[in-house]
Design a protein around this ligand. Structure first.
Ligand SMILES: *[C@@H]1O[C@H](CO)[C@@H](O)[C@H](O)[C@H]1NC(C)=O
Length: 334
């Protein structure tokens, strides 16, 4: 009895000792000697799926944390943990901009979902991180819906709604403006060009055919085609199916490091039953998928074939994704 109590006490002391991280918070800057001269296409970075959804700030009747929460760390927490690519889905709710996670549930002919961190919070998280770290941060905007309209059919943003969002996002410090802002292929820009002397934030966006970036195209906002990624998720909740889907796609898309800029979409998607609450939550699925990456990916890596973005749910502050990205950057990429 006493012995087991002692062991219990000992194990809680042991688990409280912080894991030594191989890479510092500003891991890009710390490795600029190795990575600085490389274009983004020859670098691997960790990234966050549905990055704003670490909080649930209201939503529709059939949504809850189990079927909309994808992260447990805020954008600031994910930045500190090493993530550098953020899938941000802006919505309008109560007349303000927030992140959100919404889907059209065709079975009930209704849009369902929740709101995450506000866009104002996202901006201040990025600014406080870049005030202390000369790192590159990539923001990808998509799935923009006006949820103040009735949820039988959420409309996508109008030009005015996009413009007001862009205007708010110009509050991000250190937006990177390329000398050729409308024609540059960002995957060919070297890391030093972005962050040799300051932090850099790049926003990529593709509103749709009828909406344009206007003046924001020369203020740090770029079209998807300017960081043209292969980005195709498996759409399954089964780990082995997702693994073979993504590793097969990687092999096909990345025969050489100059082929597609490749996002490895290492996420599981809930089945309809899981969405309804029968089975694993999104975070539980992530806790299955994330550790599997450390064993499934390395055997498939070579100097010709490696991913550019390790894209996951539930990004943790244990240093492991950064370590994996840096292992790729050191042993395979050049
Ligand atoms: C940005 O998001 C869109 C929409 O999900 C996607 O099609 C595109 O590939 C993404 N870009 C990158 C660099 O991942």
């Amino acid at each position: 009895m006493l012995a087991s109590l002692f062991l219990l006490a000992l194990s809680s002391v042991v688990s409280a000792i912080p894991v030594k991280r191989a890479q510092p918070t500003d891991w890009m800057q710390a490795n600029i000697g190795t990575l600085g001269s490389r274009p983004l296409r020859h670098i691997c970075i960790p990234g966050s799926h549905d990055a704003g959804m670490s909080q649930i700030n209201g939503g529709t009747a059939f949504s809850d944390a189990a079927n909309t929460q994808t992260q447990t760390l805020s954008i600031g927490g994910q930045l500190t943990a090493g993530s550098r690519y953020f899938d941000i889905r802006p919505v309008i709710t109560d007349g303000t901009y927030s992140t959100g996670h919404y889907s059209d549930i065709t079975e009930i002919d209704s849009w369902q979902g929740s709101n995450g961190q506000s866009i104002a919070d996202v901006i201040s998280d990025i600014n406080s991180f870049t005030s202390a770290n000369n790192e590159l941060v990539i923001i990808n905007l998509s799935h923009a819906y006006d949820t103040d309209a009735g949820n039988s059919d959420y409309p996508i943003f109008t030009q005015d709604q996009w413009d007001a969002l862009f205007d708010q996002l110009t509050g991000i410090n250190h937006l990177y403006v390329d000398p050729n802002p409308t024609t540059v292929d960002l995957s060919t820009v070297t890391l030093s060009t972005f962050i040799a002397s300051s932090p850099a934030v790049v926003v990529i966006v593709q509103p749709d055919d009828t909406i344009d970036l206007g003046d924001y195209a020369s203020q740090g906002f770029y079209q998807y085609s300017q960081l043209n990624a292969y980005n195709e998720y498996a759409d399954t909740s089964t780990l082995s199916t997702m693994e073979s889907d993504q590793l097969t796609k990687m092999a096909a898309q990345r025969g050489t490091p100059d082929q597609s800029y490749f996002l490895l979409s290492w996420t599981l998607t809930q089945s309809t039953l899981e969405v309804l609450g029968f089975g694993d939550s999104i975070l539980e699925l992530a806790n299955t998928a994330d550790p599997a990456l450390y064993t499934a990916l390395p055997p498939k890596l070579s100097t010709s074939t490696y991913p550019n973005i390790l894209f996951i749910d539930n990004f943790q502050n244990d240093g492991k994704m950064v370590d994996l990205a840096m292992t790729i950057n050191t042993n395979y990429a050049s």
